[in-house]
Design a protein around this ligand. Structure first.
Ligand code: C2E
Ligand code: MG
Ligand code: MG
Ligand code: MG
Length: 282
């Protein structure tokens, strides 16, 4: 139709598509380049134990820079990596780097006990995943008790029976397991009790308004109650204010993660952060 109406229309309808396609190609080449040259960086965001104020653990978050040194957002490159299969080499680099950084941290006073690594949907379809992880941990000389894996509801709900088997393989290895972004996906509570999980992370979406939205507060209260009934510890994600922390403490949430306590940071910055926390508590 556009063609019949004349050349300008033709261009009008096609130009935005081309631009998106080009942007995607540029992004893909940047990401490929970073992976090939092992320039994927890993930042770490501390989690705080509410009862003590101590760093309980850290979460590894992948970082890739463009040619100007600016960070590309994971919300852009993670989906692209999922689509193209680049997520497999990216994840291996993140896991190995996290093991190496964690080994250094464990030597420090006040070190976090574990580092959490996000698993992707595509990794979760590989039946060799547990074996692969076991091999990497052995090569990097990292004890599984210092490693936690975060998976999302979507990953487990598409084929729950298979997911349970996958998670059992991982849990048997001695790693910790957390259900990430809880509340944003489709979850069946009846299945939740069959997953060999240790921790539930309540998504930021539910935390954002708890200081003024009674319904969100009630929702978070029930999620925490349900998690505790299932023997799970709870992390609240995306905590940005003291007032949110105070409510979460009252609701018996065990841990918080969010800008209020700390933003994601480089391994070097984290070492300083740990030292400062140690000073504050000694
Ligand atoms: P996620 O696993 O839920 O990680 C939490 C995200 O929330 C991180 O974004 C973190 O920087 C951000 N965040 C934490 N606290 C706050 C806060 O108080 N306020 C706000 N506004 N944001 C906060 P990031 O690093 O951009 O990562 C986004 C997502 O990308 C992650 O969500 C995760 O799903 C994915 N991702 C990141 N690194 C990896 C990776 O190595 N592998 C895989 N498979 N996925 C990854
Ligand atoms: Mg996560
Ligand atoms: Mg999350
Ligand atoms: Mg989230």
């Amino acid at each position: 139709h556009a063609k019949q109406r004349g050349g300008n229309c033709y261009q009008f309808f096609n130009a935005p598509m081309n631009e998106n396609a080009i942007q995607r190609l540029v992004l893909e080449s940047q990401v490929r380049h970073a992976i090939r040259n092992e320039q994927v960086e890993v930042f770490y965001q501390p989690k705080m134990e509410i009862a003590t104020g101590h760093i309980s653990g850290i979460e590894a978050l992948a970082r890739i820079r463009d040619e100007y040194g600016q960070f590309i957002s994971p919300s852009q490159f993670i989906p692209l990596c999922e689509d193209t299969g680049l997520i497999i080499p990216l994840s291996e680099q993140v896991l190995r780097q996290a093991c190496r950084d964690m080994r250094n941290l464990l030597a420090l006073q006040g070190s976090p006990r574990s580092v959490a690594i996000n698993l992707s949907a595509r990794q979760f379809t590989q039946s060799s995943l547990a074996l692969f992880i076991e091999q990497v941990l052995q090569e990097e000389q990292m004890h599984p008790r210092h490693i936690e894996f975060e998976i999302t509801e979507g990953m487990v709900m598409s084929d729950p029976e298979r997911a349970i088997a996958m998670l059992e393989n991982l849990a048997d290895m001695g790693v910790q397991l957390a259900l990430d972004d809880f509340g944003t996906g489709y979850s069946s509570l009846s299945y939740l009790k069959r997953f060999p999980m240790h921790t539930l992370k309540i998504d930021k979406e539910f935390i954002d308004d708890i200081t003024f939205d009674e319904r969100d507060r009630k929702m978070v209260e029930s999620i925490i109650g349900m998690a505790h009934n299932l023997g799970l510890k709870v992390v609240a994600e995306g905590v940005e204010q003291k007032a949110q922390l105070d409510i979460l403490r009252r609701l018996q949430c065990e841990y918080i993660q969010g800008y209020y306590f700390a933003k994601p940071m480089s391994a070097e910055a984290l070492i300083e952060f740990i030292a400062k926390q140690q000073l504050a508590y000694s």
